[in-house]
Design a protein around this ligand. Structure first.
Ligand SMILES: NC(=O)c1ccc[n+]([C@@H]2O[C@H](COP(=O)([O-])OP(=O)(O)OC[C@H]3O[C@@H](n4cnc5c(N)ncnc54)[C@H](O)[C@@H]3O)[C@@H](O)[C@H]2O)c1
Length: 269
């Protein structure tokens, strides 16, 4: 495939390193003819790796803490300047829990950090949407995608406060999707992705076990970051114009499987 996204312009949040889902997505979108600015939290910029991606994609980097309305305002305004007009797609690929980072158990949450988790991982999605609406930054039929995880619907012991963040993220996609669709024909969806070996993913304790479990419970196996990038490209294309307010399972069939022969064989050994 090529040129699926020719003429489309957008913003990609969350490319930290080459394992990031946003990193793979940037490369895919570039291949499909899309143009974009790249952004991440100023603190993540210090790694410097994003500049490598920016060079490959011929994209400008505009730092923004996704919890700061002022930063988002600057990001959307500058992106429209750099790209020469309104935008057609936005990828929100952001997640962080200070409680998980610091190894806090669910029965011992630090509530200041809990609020930070929700602000960074969920409320920022609303801030992105509200900023773009106020600036009238999106073209009709633009597509906004956030990345979720099935812990929004099911309990995972070590996913702690991120589970609530994902539930909120999916809810924002429905509520803002309804508003933005009615006002501007903009669509808003979340993609619920398989466990993926990235910085955010592997930061969760027991990750390797639930990565393997999900793989065995999915008839197609776990979806990779590259698969996710392909799906996001399709969601940004005109082939999905009528899809909005959805949480889209991208998990190799995991969410519809009760048990699989693969797992039965493993457990009867
Ligand atoms: N890796 C997985 O197993 C998995 C599974 C399902 C969903 N997801 C979701 O995919 C998305 C991308 O994560 P990833 O797995 O590519 O990991 P990643 O660590 O590469 O990406 C997370 C990004 O969030 C950014 N970020 C953190 N705080 C920020 C802030 N205040 N402002 C702006 N950006 C900020 C980080 O700098 C980083 O680039 C996240 O929403 C994550 O929850 C990941």
């Amino acid at each position: 495939m090529a040129n699926l996204l020719k003429g489309k312009k957008g913003i990609i949040f969350g490319a930290l390193d080459e394992n990031s889902i946003a990193w793979k997505t940037a490369l895919r979108i570039k291949e499909e003819g899309g143009e974009f600015t790249l952004t991440n939290a100023p603190i993540a910029m210090r790694l410097g790796t994003i500049n490598k991606l920016a060079e490959t994609c011929n994209a400008q980097v505009i730092p923004a803490d996704a919890t700061s309305e002022a930063d988002l305002n600057n990001l959307f305004t500058k992106s429209m300047e750099v790209l020469g007009g309104k935008l057609d797609f936005v990828l929100h690929s952001i997640g962080m829990s200070p409680n998980i980072r610091k190894g806090k158990e669910y029965g011992d949450m630090n509530y200041e950090w809990y609020l930070k988790t929700l602000d960074i991982s969920a409320l920022s999605f609303h801030k992105v949407l509200q900023t773009s609406e106020k600036l009238d930054a999106l073209n009709e039929w633009a597509s906004v995608v956030g990345l979720s995880y099935i812990a929004a619907q099911r309990a995972y012991p070590d996913y702690t406060d991120m589970a609530q963040a994902k539930a909120m993220l999916e809810s924002i996609a429905r509520s803002y999707g309804q508003r933005y669709g009615t006002k501007k024909k903009v669509r808003v969806n979340t993609i619920s992705q398989s466990p993926t070996k990235t910085t955010a993913g592997t930061g969760i304790s027991g990750f390797d076990v639930f990565f393997d479990f999900a793989d065995m419970m999915s008839p197609l196996g776990n979806a990779s970051a590259e698969d996710c990038a392909n799906y996001i490209a399709v969601m940004f294309s005109d082939y999905t114009r009528m899809v909005t307010m959805q949480n889209l399972m991208h998990d190799g069939g995991f969410s519809s499987s009760g048990i699989t022969n693969n797992l039965i064989e493993r457990l009867t050994k």
